[in-house]
Ligand binder design. Structure first.
Ligand code: KIV
Length: 259
């Protein structure tokens, strides 16, 4: 299988080939995902919850992200590796440049992801102009959990949908190479996917996005506590973990997931 690059992901979008993405946090799972044909592996700050046992992602540090990104990138041969910039690691351009450099140079990431709104446009522009591929995460932004008072659907009112759409366009114009939409109505996600020329990956954002992502632990049915409504446990009809991951990839590719 060909190595996954940004160019290839762009081609997948233009050729309507769905992009299968999953999170991983260590070398063993990263190797399994890579071999199973997962296009994009995200070292998500969800590791704060599913690996470290916290109730949110806000306690994750740059040190944690560099460590887990190195573990993953060491094992990956063909998938594209994205690393999350943790809470408060991109509050201004200088800090964002320094931390993104570490995720790429020390961690081995090929792209960084940050939770974005209009405020992050200047950070995205500077990262992009300095040669850092950026994924802008819009919609539900888990790092804002204390501001939001919980995890809920975003972009449901006409006004918030317009704001989200306009932020997506501004972030693309600033140089973002990918968008990730979390928990937004499917209709809005479809509009953003059609109107933006960069790949748009969805989680709880309906079937019209260019690709889908889930947290690995949800796919394997080992998440403790509440599992998001949009997730699917692929272990229920699989003989082993490898088969479950392959079934997830297949379901994304043939639009069997999300239903
Ligand atoms: O941190 C993470 O795993 C994420 C996914 C939920 C998309 O951002």
């Amino acid at each position: 299988m060909e190595n996954v690059t940004l160019k290839r992901l762009d081609k997948m979008k233009s050729g309507s080939v769905k992009i299968a993405c999953l999170t991983a946090y260590d070398a063993s799972f990263a190797a399994l995902l890579d071999q199973a044909g997962v296009d994009v592996i995200l070292v998500g700050d969800s590791l704060g919850m599913v690996v470290q046992g916290h109730s949110s992602t806000v306690s994750v540090t740059m040190e944690d992200m560099i460590y887990h990104t190195s573990c993953v990138s060491m094992a990956v041969r063909r998938s594209f590796v994205i690393s999350d910039m943790p809470f408060m690691s991109y509050t201004n351009v200088e800090q964002a440049l320094r931390n993104a450099t570490d995720l790429i140079q020390i961690g081995g990431a090929q792209m960084v992801k940050l939770e974005a709104s209009a405020r992050q446009v200047s950070v995205v522009r500077e990262l992009s102009e300095c040669g850092v591929p950026v994924c802008a995460h819009l919609g539900l932004r888990p790092q804002y959990v204390y501001k939001l008072g919980g995890y809920s659907m975003q972009g449901e009112s006409d006004e918030s949908a317009e704001e989200l759409f306009s932020n997506a366009k501004s972030l693309e114009a600033a140089g973002a190479d990918m968008l990730l939409l979390e928990c937004v109505p499917g209709e809005l996600a479809g509009r953003i996917t059609r109107e933006c020329s960069i790949p748009v990956i969805g989680i709880g954002a309906g079937p019209e996005c260019d690709g889908q992502i889930l947290v690995l632990h949800d796919v394997l049915g080992i998440t403790q506590g509440i599992t998001p409504k949009f997730a699917r446990n692929f272990m229920t009809s699989a003989a082993d973990i490898q088969a479950a991951i392959a079934a997830y990839v297949e379901a994304v590719k043939n639009s069997g997931f999300p239903a």
